[in-house]
Design a protein around this ligand. Structure first.
Ligand code: FAD
Ligand code: FO1
Length: 448
């Protein structure tokens, strides 16, 4: 059974007879999906059929054809895997609060289960929908190992304050998943076949070339996980911060679209015989850092603006508003990677061409945008816009928290005061040179 602490009741409702529907959004997978498992528990308990519905919106937080293509290809795999389980997959196009009430009426849905997402847009969708329907709506955190509302009841100051809370709760929540059953009750009629081409035409997304180095979907995600465990986990602590080597897992696009469960990754990493230190270093990022980002977006309504920064950071950035910036670049110059700094240009180019900038470079990249734009607000706006336009893993709590960490000291402490940054942690070209081979990284990006 799904641990009841993973479930929140969004709205009570009249108990009727009728199928249960999972409204899939963040966690787009069949295996290891607590929202789907809980929806099935409800459907079996009430002896009714079960379906999954995904609502496709034409525009989503600046997503381009690059991200939509990755997502839609992953959803096709979800559809075919669900059909083997007697669980039809429906794809509805339009605003959720408009299309879902129609869907619920048409099929006589008696209860709706949805996955959890701390982004503002999802709370808007859910609140608008809850006004339009009279059935119960339940929300399950299928993304975090520790449900966001259980890990902490407030915004955490840093990983230091958050880590002990996570560690205390892991024994209860880092448990094995039950298997999804072949659903014992068939859907009452043949579900319509999805016209995937028509869905692509429905989108209103700008074109950005798709990436070919990574394949979407659950199967590809698992392959990448086991490849990482066998080949690269051992060197992770040393290589994860070296952009000139392939030391990261490459799992973020799959985690972002929910093609793989972080809990599944943690269970497999915990079993790996790669030594304690590499395992702990990876789980620190995968669980503490990643779930801290959800905590930030869930409890801080201003997670994507200057307003969300800690008081000390707002104060110090205000005090240095009029400092002379050594360079000033417009968004277009930054986007085309035409600055005086070849290292920064390479990071920008890596993101544009590959759709995934190396994690270490993302910090340097964002901090230089603060240094080379007229204000912290413009810096944050440009960083979010470029990040979400090109990164396959963009539009994610990790991104908003990562950019707020880099520019606004969120989850960080004050450092020695300096021009423009004030007490926000500074990163320099020379600092990078002392950590890794810059020329090698630049050459690697040129060769992409
Ligand atoms: P690995 O090093 O293999 O880490 C494995 C997983 O741990 C990651 O997939 C991620 O889920 C988690 N993780 C690792 N580092 C962090 C971190 N610093 N914060 C939160 N979780 C982390 N991540 C995104 O998913 N989407 C974004 O748009 C994004 N934008 C960022 C912008 C900036 C300015 C910064 C500083 C960080 C950003 N990050 C973002 C966080 C991090 O850089 C990426 O998650 C990581 O590089 C993804 O590559 P990986 O999966 O190969 O990482
Ligand atoms: N979620 C949806 O429910 N419907 C969509 O049409 C949709 C589009 C989309 C495009 C790009 C992208 O990166 C994410 C998208 N998501 C969509 C949301 C996504 O599944 C995640 O829930 C959030 O982006 C991460 O919190």
């Amino acid at each position: 059974m799904t641990n009841a602490k993973r479930i929140r009741t969004i709205r009570e409702g009249a108990i009727k007879k009728g199928p249960v529907a999972l409204w899939m959004s963040r966690d787009q997978r069949v295996d290891d999906n607590w929202a789907l498992l809980h929806a099935q528990e409800r459907a079996i308990e009430n002896r009714v059929p079960l379906c999954t519905v995904f609502v496709l919106v034409p525009r989503f937080l600046g997503a381009t054809s690059r991200q939509y293509q990755f997502m839609l290809d992953g959803l096709r795999e979800v559809e075919s895997r669900l059909s083997e389980k007697n669980i039809p997959f429906f794809l509805e196009c339009g605003p959720p609060a408009a299309v879902l009430p129609r869907f619920i009426r048409k099929w006589g849905i008696s209860a709706l289960v949805k996955d959890f997402d701390p982004l503002r847009i999802k709370a808007e969708w859910t609140n608008a929908l809850a006004q339009e329907v009279d059935i119960p709506i339940y929300e399950v955190d299928a993304h975090n190992v520790i449900p966001c509302w259980v890990a902490s009841r407030k915004q955490e100051f840093s990983a230091r304050t958050f880590r002990p809370k996570i560690q205390r709760l892991l024994p209860e929540f880092l448990d094995e998943f039950p298997k999804l059953k072949k659903h014992p009750l068939r859907w009452p009629s043949r579900p319509p076949t999805i016209d995937w081409e028509k869905c692509t035409r429905f989108l209103d997304a700008e074109h950005v070339p798709e990436v070919t180095w990574i394949k979407p979907g659950e199967r590809a995600a698992r392959r990448r996980l086991f490849d990482f465990i066998e080949q690269r986990l051992l060197h992770y602590p040393v290589r994860r911060n070296d952009p000139s080597t392939d030391g990261q897992s490459g799992l973020s696009p799959y985690l972002h679209f929910g093609h793989i469960s972080a809990q599944r990754i943690a269970l497999e990493i915990a079993k790996a015989d790669a030594g304690k230190q590499p395992r702990e270093a990876f789980l620190e990022e995968l669980i503490v850092r990643r779930e801290l980002a959800d905590n930030y977006c869930f409890y801080n309504a201003h997670y994507d603006t200057f307003q969300g920064f800690p008081e000390w950071a707002k104060k110090t950035l205000d005090a240095h508003r009029n400092d002379r910036r050594p360079y000033i670049y417009a968004k277009e110059q930054l986007e085309s990677g035409h600055t005086h700094d070849p290292l920064w240009n390479a990071a920008q180019l890596e993101m544009v061409k590959r759709g995934k900038m190396h994690g270490y470079m993302r910090m340097y990249w964002a901090k230089k945008i603060l240094e080379w734009t007229p204000s912290p607000e413009q810096a944050q706006e440009i960083a979010i816009a470029l990040n979400d336009r090109y990164e396959i893993d963009g539009r994610d709590p990790n991104g908003y928290a990562g950019i707020a960490w880099s520019i606004g000291g969120v989850h960080d402490r004050a450092w020695a005061e300096r021009p423009v940054f004030g007490k926000i942690r500074y990163m320099s070209y020379e600092g990078c040179r002392s950590k890794f081979n810059i020329e090698e990284y630049i050459a690697h990006v040129q060769a992409l």
